[in-house]
Write a protein that binds this ligand. Sequence first.
Ligand SMILES: [Zn+2]
Length: 108
Amino acid sequence: MNCPRCKSLDHNKNGKVNGRQRYKCSDCGYNYSVELKSTASSASVKRQALQLYLEGLGFRSIGRFLGVSHVSIQKWIKKFGQELEELKSENEISIGLTHLKCRKSNII
Ligand SMILES: [Zn+2]
């Protein structure tokens, strides 16, 4: 854990806040606390959940594996699905346009 302000690794322990270790930077004096694991890694956990889902695992198995409730897994996958659909339709449109262009230039 380095200082979010000056990136220095030199720090002193400075008590605890809400169960999180607080540090005081020895270089710039900035007070900061260590990020909770769940918030810091939520993006990578979601990616892992998607990977496991693509491997064919069920929501409950993924939830057990990652220590997340299967309801959140379900929500994530649903969201991923919507994003994928949006990506797909965007690609179809752009492919359609280039196809049209090619046809036109062939005629000319
Ligand atoms: Zn600092």
